[in-house]
Structure formats: C-alpha cells, structure tokens
Design a protein around this ligand. Sequence first.
Ligand SMILES: *Cc1c(COP(=O)(O)O)cnc(C)c1O
Length: 376
Amino acid sequence: MEAIKRNVLLNPGPSTTTDTVKYAQVVPDICPREKEFAGLMKGLREDLVRIVHGDLNEYTSVLFCGSGTINIDVCLNSLLPEGGKILVINNGAYSTRAAEICEYYNLPFINLKFPVDEQPDLAVVEKTLRENPDIRLVHTTHNETGTGILNPIREIGALAHKYNAIFTVDTTSTYAMRPINIRQDNIDFCMASAQKGLMAMTGLSFVVGNRAILEASRDYPKRSYYCNLFLQYDYFEKTGEMHFTPPVQTVYATIEALKEYWAEGEEAKWARHTRVFNAINEGLDELGFKQVIKPQFRAGLVSSAIYPDDENWSFEKVHDYCYERGFTIYPGKISTTNTFRLCALGAIDESDIKDFFKVFREALEVTGVQIPVVYK
Ligand SMILES: *Cc1c(COP(=O)(O)O)cnc(C)c1O
C-alpha cells in the first residue's frame, strides 16, 4: 500500500483520514442491492448506535446519501406532527440553518436567538416552552461549529421532555469525538456525517434516534419524498437497504473507520482531540491571538480566532502559504466579527499542531504581520 500525501486539515470537516480508510474504498465493483452489501450496512447501522451508547432495541440509525445538512432537513421535516410547532434554540450558524429549513418547509417555528458567544439562557428556553404548549419538537446544535461553543444539551433535552416535546440535536461536530450518551443526554435524535468525527469520507450521513418515536412518525405529514425519516427507516427495516442508491465507496471507508474508532477507543480518542485542541490554543495564545469563545464555553474541538488589527494581515495569503505546505486553515462563520478557525477533528495529533504553528508563524513573518499580533 503506497502512502498518500498527508495533508493536515484544520477545517471543520472533512477531516484528515488514515491511509487505511482511504484505501478501504478500493474494492471490487459491487451492486449495492446484493445481500452482501446489505449485510455490511446492518453492522454499520448498529455501530452508529453503539457510538452514542444506545440500546439497539430502543435506538436505531438511518442512513442517507448526502452531506450533514441532509440530517437537519430530514429530522425537522419528518418529526413534526400536524398542528405542532418547532423551537429552534439558536446561538450560531448551524441552528440558523435549521431555522431556514423550517422556513423553506413552511413549518411553524420559533427562532429563539441568543448571542453567538453565549450559551442559551435556560430560563428563557423554559419560559418559551411554558408559553407555547404547541411546541412538539426542540432543536439545537451541540457544538456550534461556526464558533466552537458548547451547548448544554442534557439540560435543554430535560426541558423539552418536561414540556412534552421531542429533542433533536445536531451533533455533527461532536459525534464520535466528544463522548455522547443518547439516553443520559436526553437526546431523542442526533446526527452526524462520516467525514467528521468518524474520519471517513464525504457522502454518508446518519440520524441516530428513538425507535418508538420514529414508528409514531409514520402518520406525520410527509413533506419530502427523498428526505423523509420514516420512509427511509421503514425501507431499511424491510429490506436492509437504502431506498435509493447508497454512497458505496463511502460505506466501505466508514466501516474501516469504525474499526479504527473501536481500536482507538472512545476515551483515548477524546483525549487525543483534547491534546490537539490544547495545542491549538497554546499556539494561538503564544502569537497573541484573541478568541471569540470564552474558555469555559468551548466544546473542545473548534477554535475561533479574531483577525488582528494589522494592515498586513491577509487570511488568504496566510491560508495559501500554509496550504502549499500541507496545512488547511478555515474562515470563520460569524457575520459580525472577522475570524478564522482551527479545528481538532481528524486523524492528527499534537505534533501536527506543533508543525503547523512553525509554518503559520512563518506565514505571518513573510507577510509582515506583527508578532505578537496586535488589537486596537
Ligand atoms: C459540518 C456540519 C454540518 C453539515 O454541513 P455540510 O456542509 O452539509 O456537510 C451540520 N451541522 C454541524 C454542526 C456541522 O459542523
């Protein structure tokens, strides 16, 4: 097996993968309607439930061919009963995306906004639930990848349940990294994509959730043909297959990635991401960069650094310098502040971050940015 050029991706997914995961895609051609392939997907679906410690009788997973946004679309359009309303608890770009999905489907919803650098105020969440008994679905994002803030999902889930609503959480940027326990965290449905925490390839996304609620959603309004959760679940249960063509090669890569996930272990993997994250923060601190999210609110996977007030600072130039040397940095996602992000996803470790900061410092030096960086 020939080694493939290794790039260190510090963007928020797709993430750096191992060569064994890359090569797992190179397999004999197979029609995904063969029993052999359905067998692979059964094991895969079960593993996806096990990652969040779900009991296989109570929880299941449903696969979709698409990027992570498909999961948000699927959950919101499929899990709202007639006459119900959605509450989106929104302190960032990904919950804003959820609110937009509600808008596009004409779903009744409340967009409960909080500042992007603060955790949602639970008293306001509870008041909203109390005053709107028609809320049947509460949605939020675990780690707002646009900033890296961690949301208190266990507490939000408890409130949702207290007021008789189901709780869907976008865990795309925590799943298979920051440990999740679907029951203890009061989650009814969570979601992710193969190219993020699992360190596999793009094109496969999945919702992990409560079987009984899924069964009950059989009679909910059908608002999409391709993106209906119950229809896809039902097809899997009856045939073991995806309703429409699955991303075959990504499925093979994901199965290999899962093997590597279990070999590394939940705890060790989270410890590695934490090491990487700490190294990123130390590197940024050393250069004098300010960050958007206070240390106590950080989810431990995304750092959001503020552009310095230096006329020579150019994200593009710094990005290109790093990119040419095998490191990818990423712009931020906040409308009010100019930021860039460094993320701790992927098959990387502390030493990669040390190597990165050598190159990053050089990039600042050659472009004439003052070190430590300055803010007015
Ligand atoms: C990456 C990500 C998604 C999915 O984005 P796509 O561009 O559709 O892959 C959704 N939610 C969160 C929190 C994410 O980090």
